[in-house]
Write a protein that binds this ligand. Structure first.
Ligand code: BJW
Ligand code: ZN
Length: 274
């Protein structure tokens, strides 16, 4: 079904915490939810967006959790840590090498482009905070973007600290080593137990406190402190719109929780934003 040419119906959903998935799963309920989300986004001057791996799934980038989200049966908590890296750097780098190869082939999808269009409309009223390390938002045209969990194309030396961008996919040497000091290189990403970049986190909470609408897109909402950003927006009075294939820890608290693909639902929601 194409949602692209829906009229903007006049409607009010009962109560603040209307969960479309709770009403029922029919197309009509989804259409009602899309129309409501579109109305809220169209009226908003300040929108905060939090994205996760699900927004890149339609570009062929694997998610971390859920169906098809696991690599060789490892959970991300078993690979994305300093301890895992120290124990078996080759294994951890094999995971990153596999993901880098998938990302190298990926292109932004309509969900990414819809957010770029929304930024063009809202300018400084728009803030995108992403947990993704794939760079697809930037490639779609977003500029007001903060990365919470780093960049998969950045590598950092565990010996001398030198950082560089490295686009080799597949990597020629596994695990890769620093050409200056010979120590192991590590991916320039944020692992469990490591602090997030303070500027990105602060920007996320600042945008959440100011937002009229907060879009939470393709994230399981289980990793902190990223998962606190929509909670902060909710407390500050924003309308929370979640788009996800499945219910999450946030769904019950969201004003609208839409079940579906971001690449299909976001374009009609931000229609007319460009
Ligand atoms: C679709 C779709 C489609 C599919 N359309 N939807 C408070 C409470 C509890 C625990 C903690 C807490 N504070 C901190 C913690 C500990 C920990 C944590 O959160 N643990 C939990 C797991 C319990 N957090 C940390 O350790 C963080 N650091 C920290 O807090 O430091 C404090 C500190 C301060 C000072 C000094 C030292 C320390 C760091 C977290 C780092 C997370 N890193 C990773 C790896 C990044 C690098 C890499 O990419 O390899 O980040 S783990 C992984 O999870 C990755 C993701 O960004 C992150 C979130 O995953 P995401 O994006 O939500 O993906 P999925 O796969 O989980 O979900 C995809 C969703 O999309 C699903 O719901 C699908 O249904 C949906 N979907 N297709 C719409 N087409
Ligand atoms: Zn070095």
């Amino acid at each position: 079904m194409s949602f692209a040419r829906l009229p903007l119906p006049e409607l009010t959903l009962p109560g603040a915490a209307t969960t479309i998935s709770r009403l029922n799963t029919s197309e009509q309920s989804l259409l009602t939810g899309i129309a409501q989300a579109r109305e809220w986004v169209a009226a908003a001057r300040r929108v905060a967006v939090l994205t996760g791996a699900g927004i890149s799934a339609e570009s062929g980038v694997p998610t971390f959790r859920g169906a098809g989200g696991l690599w060789r049966h490892y959970r991300p908590e078993e690979l994305a840590t300093q301890q895992a890296f120290m124990r078996d750097p080759k294994l951890v780098w094999e995971w990153y090498d596999w993901r880098r190869q998938r990302i190298a082939l990926a292109r932004p999808n309509p969900g990414h482009y819809a957010l770029a269009a929304l930024e063009r409309r809202l300018a400084e009223g728009f803030t995108l905070v992403t947990q993704n390390v794939d760079g697809l938002h930037e490639r779609a045209g977003n500029q007001r973007i903060w990365r919470l969990h780093g960049d998969i194309w950045l590598v950092r030396c565990t010996g001398c600290g030198r950082e560089e961008r490295n686009f080799e996919a597949p990597l020629l040497e596994l695990p890769p080593r620093c050409r200056d000091c010979g120590a192991l290189l590590r991916p320039g990403v944020v692992w469990f137990g490591e602090p997030l970049p303070a500027d990105a986190l602060e920007a996320g909470f600042t945008a959440a406190r100011a937002a009229e609408v907060c879009l939470v897109l393709g994230t399981s909402s289980v990793v902190y402190p990223a998962a606190l950003i929509p909670r902060c927006a909710l407390e500050a009075g924003a309308r929370i719109i979640e788009i996800n294939l499945d219910p999450t820890d946030l769904s019950a608290a969201a004003h609208l929780s839409l079940r579906g693909r971001t690449g299909e639902l976001l374009p009609p929601i931000v229609q007319g934003a460009a």
